[in-house]
Design a protein around this ligand. Sequence first.
Ligand SMILES: *Cc1c(COP(=O)(O)O)cnc(C)c1O
Ligand code: SF4
Length: 457
Amino acid sequence: MPSFSPYRVREPAACAENPGVFRVFTARTLEQIPQLAGLPDELRFAMRVVAQVLPFRVNRYVIDELIDWSRVPDDPIFQLTFPQPGMLRPDDFVRMADLLRRGADAEAVSALARELRERLNPHPAGQQSLNVPRLDNEPLAGMQHKYRETVLFFPSQGQTCHSYCTFCFRWAQFVGDKALRFSAHEADRLHAYLARHPQVSDLLVTGGDPLVMKARTLADYLLPLRQPQFEHVQNLRIGTKALSFWPHRFVSDPDADDLLRVFERLVAAGKHVAIMAHYNHWQELETATAREALRRVRDTGVVIRTQSPLVAHINDSADVWARLWRTQVRLGLVPYYMFVERDTGAQHYFEVPLARAAGIYRDAIRRVSGLARTARGPSMSAGPGKVEIQGISEVAGEQVFQLRFLQGRNPDWVQRPFYARFDPTATWFDQLRPAFGEARFFFEDEYEAMQAAASAA
Ligand SMILES: *Cc1c(COP(=O)(O)O)cnc(C)c1O
Ligand code: SF4
């Protein structure tokens, strides 16, 4: 892999456009990004190679305000948004690079791109079959209901983001693979399902990014939930990275004020409205627009909770996490989850061994006050549930990971400590084996029975 550092970066071309106007670049327009003109040809070519296979989309706010171009390619936000040579395995990279150098036709390029994507585990953790809820025996394609209390909803108008994260585990949805795309066409089915499931206390609207939707559309999904038949749906969560990637969404977009009014009306109706904000690095919290957006959202009575995966090249250091959490708490945000990077896409580039992840979490959490210790993790969203690594210890002479379910497909699994043999290289749950010479983890028989029942249905 090529490595080019340090760079001499050309001054960004003076930009007469209003920075509050959304402008986005994709694989096709990569070469038009002024800042890239200062980078070596070889790196620009490598970006094009990777962008054939994995999604690429970045907007001008991220480019102009979040990335420190004097630190490229090490800058964390550059790593977060721009295709990196190491994201493809070396053999795959060479095959795609050869095609492009030979000027192969678009058909050949997209055929190879499809082949390479297939090998990147596009749908981790059985999302397509096991979690799809049914209404009158019809599967609801735009929803998931895995944990008793919480329904996930993927509105079809929210299946993109203001920029794409290079490590995104939902990447398959963004590369035009319709078969893999979750979508829901109607609010009606969501509302019917919620009305019939009184055990559901939380609705989590997610994407892509649901805040790419117009305020009007979001209102159609959410405002009806103020009616009495939805009394049990107490908590409305919106998973978004707009506070980071496009804070103008809450400040100067044409319907920014309308969006805030939707939040206010839900809060006034007695709902707990939570923005589950995705932040990977404290650099995302430093701009004037980001601060203004936070102030405006908090003024509506919405609670902002934060989550992020732990990702190599972006935030794999305790310093970064401690500063991220400290900054969040100072700004009134509530740290919620640290995730382990999932087993999909360019995981080989971004993954951090579980043992190291546990060390980074512990190191960071020790340095912050109790107000920031609300962040749980490192947590893996695996097939049977969300599994947290609680720590590494020695029990009966054996070195072990202590684990617990934060969420389980069976709620009875939650909060029971269990143990896996220590493995310094393991990066995901399926690589762990029970400690103390046991053959299976306590939940495995039951989980297999659930899988068998689902595939029989
Ligand atoms: C994480 C997650 C939730 C929400 O879990 P909380 O612990 O309540 O935040 C719900 N559904 C799925 C599928 C999830 O992965
Ligand atoms: S904001 Fe979320 S869904 Fe969008 S690209 Fe990033 S990780 Fe993926």
